[in-house]
Design a protein around this ligand. Structure first.
Ligand SMILES: [Zn+2]
Length: 237
């Protein structure tokens, strides 16, 4: 217990609940707050949230990888994308929780601040980002970060991932957001990096990007390669 460190982004009314290699993000509106993800280590996340805000809390997960759901049981009602429900249930962590599934376009109205669900299949089938167009922020989950983004193993789909990145780049290009708050690595980052991720993903799939062996193996022992373009990277087999 007690492994969570709070980082405050006062100007954006966002708190990062940082654990060893992952962050959950608490987003504050005028009438409600939303917690995006539940960490990798067991801790009293609800207690930490209650130390930061007394607004009614909505909980939503970016996806159901184990490093994002450790403390979900504290939150009772869980919003998640419909294509992630089956995968989440298989983790055994859904028992006793009320699951509410959402789709592309669902809006969380926090009062004076709204977060729109952007479906981001690729990293997992039901990965989502939350677009806060009013403040020019994308809360990207694991879809956009300096990474390296884990794109091997259960649920990964590179073609879907590339299509998702192109969809996000179009939103960035039309000015819906400038900054990205990711769940891994540096935070916040400039949305311009999405172009680097697209480049990285496409070139590694085309076999024209030189990778380096990563310091890990995939389940089953397959070697993992690490690919980089600019600030961004992808782990792939
Ligand atoms: Zn993750």
């Amino acid at each position: 217990m007690g492994a969570t460190k709070v980082v405050r982004y006062e100007h954006d009314r966002v708190y990062a609940l940082e654990q060893s290699m992952v962050r959950s993000l608490l987003i504050i509106g005028d009438e409600r707050a939303l917690l995006f993800d539940a960490g990798v280590e067991e801790d009293d996340l609800m207690g930490i949230v209650r130390g930061l805000t007394d607004l009614p809390l909505v909980f939503c997960m970016s996806h159901s990888d184990r490093d994002h759901i450790a403390n979900v049981s504290q939150f009772g009602t869980i919003y998640l994308h419909k294509d992630e429900e089956e995968r989440f249930r298989k983790t055994g962590k859904a028992e006793g929780l009320e699951l509410v599934t959402v789709e592309e376009g669902h809006v969380f109205d926090l009062g004076g601040r709204s977060l729109r669900v952007i479906a981001c299949p690729g990293h997992t089938p039901g990965s989502i980002s939350l677009l806060d167009a009013g403040n020019g922020i994308l809360f990207s989950g694991d879809t956009v970060s300096y990474g390296p983004v884990y794109m091997f193993g259960d649920g990964r789909d590179m073609d879907a991932y590339i299509a998702t990145l192109e969809k996000l780049k179009a939103l960035y290009d039309k000015g819906d957001f400038a900054d990205v708050y990711p769940c891994h690595n540096i935070c916040p980052i400039d949305g311009a990096c999405i172009e680097e991720l697209i480049h990285c993903a496409k070139d590694l799939m085309a076999g024209v990007l030189e990778g380096v062996p990563a310091t890990m193996t995939a389940p089953g022992g397959a070697p993992v390669m690490e690919y980089h373009v600019g600030d961004c990277g992808i782990y792939h087999i």
